[in-house]
Design a protein around this ligand. Structure first.
Ligand SMILES: [Zn+2]
Length: 240
């Protein structure tokens, strides 16, 4: 096989492998991001719950203040009771007392209801905090394995980059420029095999003459349809 063609096949394989490293790293990182997203959502639920508890507590405080006011009012009514001079005043005072007592019992019921809500929210908060702790433990664990995987990928990337750099040391400059021009649009399929007499870049059949030239592998042959560099794959033992 033409030496330049051999070099081109090697270079193209290195470039394809190198292109795969970044998606592999992204894939590893995404394993972590799902857990981070879940943790973030739990954190925001925790914040919401805190806000709800604060709200309930402030309503409880208002009810307590109201209750104190009502008690003062009852004391006033009791004092006025001794100053009553006629039936009309007595009835008015009794009505006022009745309303105040009703309001007291309503405020007390409201405080009980608010305390129940607060207790339920505190329970919810505990559950969320436990869930968050669990999630954060998972994140720590996964981060270790993700970091390891990324380190391995980077090691492999360095190795392939090193091999590629070594190949380029003896690479023909014109051939390299030619390859890079095709690679600009064909990306990782600048150099493709011919299978079933078809270009594996554009999948179009190539004519017999071009095909026989590809089989001979004496020269660098471009696909007549798309311009990619073609080569005949060596048959593996299995195929043969
Ligand atoms: Zn083609």
């Amino acid at each position: 096989m033409n030496k330049y063609l051999q070099d081109l096949i090697k270079l193209s394989k290195y470039d394809s492998i190198i292109s795969m490293f970044e998606p592999k790293i992204e894939n590893e990182k995404s394993k972590l991001s799902t857990f981070v997203e879940v943790a973030e959502s739990i954190k925001s639920q925790i914040n919401d719950t805190y806000a709800q508890i604060d709200d309930v507590k402030s309503k409880r405080t208002k009810n307590n203040i109201h209750l104190a006011e009502l008690k003062t009012k009852l004391e006033d009514i009791a004092r006025k009771n001794s100053e009553i001079t006629n039936e009309k005043e007595l009835k008015a005072l009794q009505l006022e007392e009745e309303i105040a007592k009703e309001q007291i019992s309503f405020a007390n019921e409201e405080i009980i209801r608010l305390d129940e809500i607060a207790a339920a929210k505190e329970e919810e908060l505990k559950e969320l905090q436990a869930k968050l702790a669990e999630e954060e433990d998972s994140i720590k664990e996964i981060k270790v394995s993700v970091d390891e995987a990324i380190e391995k990928i980077n090691e492999e990337r360095n190795k392939v980059s090193q091999e590629r750099a070594e190949l380029l040391e003896t690479f023909d400059k014109k051939i390299l420029t030619f390859y890079q021009k095709i690679r600009r649009w064909a990306k990782d399929t600048a150099v493709v095999p011919v299978r079933d007499q078809a270009c594996y870049g554009c999948y179009m059949k190539i004519n017999d003459k071009t095909y026989s030239e590809v089989i001979k592998s004496e020269e660098i042959i471009n696909c007549p349809h798309c311009g990619r560099i073609l080569y005949k794959e060596e048959e593996t033992a299995e195929e043969a």
